[in-house]
Design a protein around this ligand. Structure first.
Ligand SMILES: Nc1ncnc2c1ncn2[C@@H]1O[C@H](COP(=O)(O)OP(=O)(O)OP(=O)(O)O)[C@@H](O)[C@H]1O
Length: 245
């Protein structure tokens, strides 16, 4: 079943058009990548979905037209957003970062929160080990795990993750991408992942859209895009796909 559908979505910053009519869809429980170079429109697409940038066109989530909804309403409907730069509170402890998020959601039962925290700790044991540590003292990879943990505590059905590999060593990136795959499988979560590193993203996702200048220029299964040298040469760059330059 289609969980998310974008039709003709346009967005602008101070009159400068960043998205020129995006069409894309994500099915419940699937993992999809948005690929493309710097400035292609990946971040803006995620922001268009989570309600953190104003858009024209239609954003439909779970059969509801959420176009123009405030970000907190979209979040409540089941969309988690891990922004680029991670958005954790660096002066608070890991535990405070996690519990603040759940308290802010207010209506959740105490038992459910505990259960969700236990599940998060199972996925990222380091967050339990470092629960009293200041978030700012964590490594980049651990901060990324904390940011993902915060976003999934509300049990969203769709998780938007913006450039999780940014500034991380390849091994750490692999670990983070694998944890998203675990979430997809075990939490039945759909994941929409914005990533410049096409090779790493195509190793874990089911499908991908390739963006250029705020438009979808190619799409297909991960296997199709891995094998499509024309798309790789035109839009993704050899160094990002693992092909010799
Ligand atoms: N806050 C902003 N103000 C003005 N223009 C912006 C802003 N954010 C993005 N843009 C512009 O919108 C376009 C799309 O940017 P976007 O950040 O969505 O791309 P991206 O694919 O996520 O790139 P990156 O990997 O650099 O984040 C670019 O031309 C960018 O310069």
């Amino acid at each position: 079943m289609t969980l998310l559908q974008l039709t003709g979505v346009r967005a602008a910053y101070d009159g400068v058009q960043a998205l020129h009519g995006m069409d894309l869809a994500v099915t419940g429980g699937e993992m999809v990548a948005l690929l493309g170079a710097n400035g292609a429109g990946k971040t803006t697409t995620l922001r268009a979905i989570s309600g953190t940038v104003s858009v024209e066109g239609a954003v439909v989530f779970d059969e509801r037209d959420v176009t123009g909804w405030a970000a907190h309403r979209v979040a409540r409907l089941g969309v988690g957003h891990v922004p680029e730069g991670r958005g954790t509170f660096v002066d608070l402890t890991v535990e405070e970062n996690l519990t603040l998020g759940t308290l802010a959601r207010g209506s959740r039962l105490r038992g459910q929160v505990k259960e969700d925290l236990a599940a998060v700790h199972e996925l990222f044991p380091i967050l339990r080990d470092f629960s009293r540590r200041q978030a700012g003292a964590l490594s980049g990879g651990q901060q990324q795990m904390l940011a993902i943990a915060r976003a999934i505590l509300g049990r969203p059905r769709l998780l938007l993750v913006d450039e999780p590999s940014l500034g991380l060593a390849p091994m750490v990136t692999t670990e983070i991408l694998r944890s998203l795959r675990v979430l997809q499988a075990e939490w039945q979560l759909a994941v929409l992942l914005a990533e410049q590193n096409a090779r790493r993203a195509l190793a874990v996702v089911d499908r991908a859209y390739v963006l250029e200048s705020g438009r979808v220029v190619a799409s297909g299964s991960a296997a199709e895009l891995r094998e499509n040298t024309a798309v790789q040469d035109a839009y993704l760059g050899a160094e990002q796909t693992g092909r010799p330059a």
